[in-house]
Design a protein around this ligand. Sequence first.
Ligand code: AMP
Ligand code: MG
Length: 393
Amino acid sequence: MRMISEEEARRRVLQSVDLLGERAVPLSRALDCFSAREVVARLPLPIFDNSAMDGYAVVASSSGKGARLQVIGEQPAGINRELRISPGEAVRIFTGAPIPGGADAVVMQEDTTREGDEILVNVGVDPGEFIRRRGCDLAEGQKILARGERIRSTTIALLASQGFADVTIGGEVNAAIVSTGDEVVMLGKKLDQGQIYDSNSILLQALVQRCGASVTLAEHCRDQRERLIEAIQRGIKSHILVITGGVSVGEHDLVQATLRSLGARIDVWRVAIKPGKPFLFGKAGGCAVFGLPGNPVSAFVTFLQFVHPAILKMMGANNLDLPKTPVRLAVDLANEGDRTHYMRGRIDNGTFVPTGRQESHALFGLSQSNALLPVAVGESLKAGAIVEVQTWD
Ligand code: AMP
Ligand code: MG
């Protein structure tokens, strides 16, 4: 049966999903969202010249080793007393406090001896020393956030330093997850002969959340048409619906036919990747529907290759790719099959070592991995070769 190339499948998926509407959120809710606008600094950093140390603001030219200076006042952080000094004078100053007029350096407290209203300078300073100049870190008007850039903890700190309480982000994606299979049992239930626990549902919830999207619904459904119809109808109220299991060719694989019977359009089915060949994608009304194979590794790989970039596009990301890292291969690897093979492995000290069985059911090996190496059809790689792997954690 025909397979679609991986690139074509990704193209069709991404072409079918759009950026959702933007909105402003408080910084405290912006982590891992994507900025919908370019943001420029409205304040320089530092905002004013200030002291990097607890010590004394001085005129450097009159503050060599052995100099004796008159302390004419105190400048704490948090207010500006607008003090001024002349050569031979000093102002007691604290970290973060504004630099008094006339001062061009700060002597560390540890480098002075206080004697009443005077200090003895034990270590001389050069002009500029221990002064943090206005704008030396960031200039007013400088770009601080690109459109589509991921908002990280440090981005949030930078936005806060500018007094921005909110940030405008791309769409908020919500996802429904439906795991199918008569043998699959939800957590908390008793396992009978021939049954297995549902590990995909929780895996997909974690992956969806890791993308920065939220899970509105996660349910399990038997391999029964009526149950599946109901679950799909509930699921397609979300922006995306991720179904696992039931997308292959067996008599109990009902997902595709059920989706079609509900009027869904199927854009992708069967992709030339291993694991993950039965991957399915379609649209049901406005909802993007992903059918992932039930084998846990297949579900994982197809999520990262197709669902992840789709969610990121809906959220307004400018880079839809997984992070890539160059690593040294620990072993020879070859792909003699007819599909790109996503091998699971572990990066240890810059070296990639395959983990566990490279089979689509092998969840333990997957759980020990932290990188995916796509090996192209016909590719033969030697130990020691430098290759690029994808990471997700
Ligand atoms: P399917 O894609 O429905 O043919 O399922 C393929 C394999 O994945 C079978 O061995 C299933 O038992 C297993 N599987 C299906 N759904 C899940 C799930 N939610 N959690 C763990 N394994 C599953
Ligand atoms: Mg099944």
